[in-house]
Design a protein around this ligand. Structure first.
Ligand SMILES: Cc1cc2nc3c(=O)[nH]c(=O)nc-3n(C[C@H](O)[C@H](O)[C@H](O)COP(=O)(O)O)c2cc1C
Length: 446
């Protein structure tokens, strides 16, 4: 049996998706403490998880120019801190754990982005990953940043070049062995092995030296989550791991076939791409107890809160629409075409009301509820059926309790089934942990 890759989906906000801040297992009193995150990282590393993922956005839910009251009263994607500043601390606490941070190609600049990730590759000893995102709302680009908002496909054209330039800085600026540190020879760095970059593109250019020596991975492991055709082509060209939001096995299979075909079209082995789906696991010693906990969780998430969160992710205010309206009649937004698309193929989801209910209970991927064995078997069976490589676990009530339960109850079952290794080697880089050879990626898009 192949190994399931396992990560955890986090976000530096008071609750993660479902607004659970008042629940005893919420984390609203701890999410702003570094110690909470270093503790979580250590727990995951000790259990052998492959990575901790931080989603990020400068924005917040806004509907028709107004911030809905629930955003602040219920802490929906608000407030929020910068996860990149946590990475070094988390990595010190969890030296074997991959840490994946999100950074935007529409809002940042390639040169400082390359510098940050090269630094983090060194500081994490080869455990850093970059979740490349292009999406943002005009509220963020034009409002918060005061820059021009490019449309969806053009953002990906810009992103292709952004990543090309970063890769050039990481891969071409320094030869192996350039860091000599030879006191006798009075040579710290060998100048003949450090090269000027001369990059001139349509959107970006850079001439000169890149000051950061290569870390163990050189290029961070590149993650992406395109759902549109253009987004998936970008991922197929650049990424080593892509996220899908599996709603059911059939839909996940359709997504994985589509992405792997695009990977092949980009001249790569279609299985040189790790496909990972979000999953919310609610597990308890018995199936009944697990289902009771799951009902408790769903009751915490009102339709109104779900609508605000949905608007935050997609820019679409479903609350302002007739609940009986059919989804094909809802106009997408530039930010949010694909989030609605993903419901178009789910049976039983036909109206605005159905989308909200589906989103409320199945916000970000598979929902798996049951006894330890039931959960483990469903995870393995779903991955095999839909040809995906693993999962990113979502928290349930907010704090790290869901992961601890998973570690105590489900992991031993997965190990028993041969779907997770008994021991993990902390010296492996994130790229190796995902089953790729050491060092930089083998492919270099043309
Ligand atoms: C698991 C997952 C995590 C994501 N994380 C972020 C994020 O942190 N920030 C962000 O702006 N978008 C995030 N996205 C959105 C994607 O980057 C992408 O824009 C979205 O899936 C729509 O695809 P498209 O850009 O091809 O239309 C995430 C999507 C998924 C499925």
């Amino acid at each position: 049996m192949t190994t399931l890759r396992l990560g955890v989906f986090e976000i530096l906000t008071p609750s993660n998706g479902v607004p659970t801040w008042r629940h005893p297992a919420g984390r609203a009193y701890r999410y702003d403490q570094v110690s909470y995150w270093t503790g979580l990282a250590r727990t995951l590393d000790d259990a052998g998880f492959d990575f901790l993922f931080f989603a990020d956005s400068y924005g917040y839910p806004i509907v028709d120019g107004v911030v809905p009251e629930e955003v602040m009263t219920h802490g929906i994607l608000f407030p929020g801190y910068d996860p990149m500043l946590l990475v070094s601390a988390a990595s010190q606490a969890a030296p074997g754990l991959g840490i994946v941070v999100t950074s935007s190609t529409s809002l940042e600049q390639p040169f400082p982005t390359a510098r940050r990730f090269a630094t983090l590759d060194q500081f994490t000893n080869g455990h850093i990953g970059w979740n490349i995102v292009t999406g943002s709302t005009a509220q963020v680009t034009e409002g918060l940043f005061g820059i021009t908002h490019a449309d969806h496909d053009r953002r990906y054209d810009i992103a292709d070049e952004f990543v090309d330039l970063c890769r050039t800085l990481w891969e071409d600026g320094w030869d192996d062995g350039a860091v000599v540190r030879d006191r006798e020879a009075d040579m710290l760095i060998d100048p003949s092995r450090v090269h000027e970059i001369a990059y001139r593109g349509t959107h970006f250019s850079s001439h000169g030296l890149f000051k950061v020596p290569p870390g163990p991975q050189r290029t961070p492991v590149l993650f992406q989550a395109g759902a549109s055709g253009r987004g998936r082509d970008f991922g197929a060209r650049n990424a080593e791991a892509m996220f899908i939001q599996g709603q059911n096995k059939e839909q996940a299979l359709t997504a994985s076939r589509d992405i792997r075909a695009r990977v092949a079209a980009a001249g790569r082995d279609p299985h040189d791409m790790r496909l990972l789906s979000g999953v919310t696991v609610t597990v308890a010693p018995t199936s009944e107890e697990a289902h009771r906990k799951r009902r408790e969780l769903e009751e915490l998430f009102s339709m109104d809160d779900a609508a605000v969160l949905f608007a935050g992710f997609t820019g679409i205010d479903l609350r302002g629409l007739d609940p009986a309206m059919r989804i094909e009649d809802v106009a997408g937004t530039d930010q949010g075409r694909t989030p609605l698309d993903r419901y178009r193929t789910v049976s039983g989801v036909e109206t605005v009301r159905d989308v909200l209910e589906a989103f409320r209970v199945q916000e970000r991927g598979f929902v798996v509820t049951g006894s330890p064995r039931e959960v483990a078997e469903e995870l393995v069976e779903t991955a095999e059926f839909s040809d995906i490589d693993g999962y990113m676990l979502e928290p349930t009530f907010g704090d790290d309790g869901a992961y601890r339960e998973f570690i105590d109850l489900v992991l031993p079952e997965l190990v028993r089934m041969g779907a997770r290794p008994r021991e993990t080697d902390r010296a492996l880089t994130l790229r190796e942990r995902l089953g790729f050879p050491a060092g930089a990626p083998r492919f270099r898009p043309s």
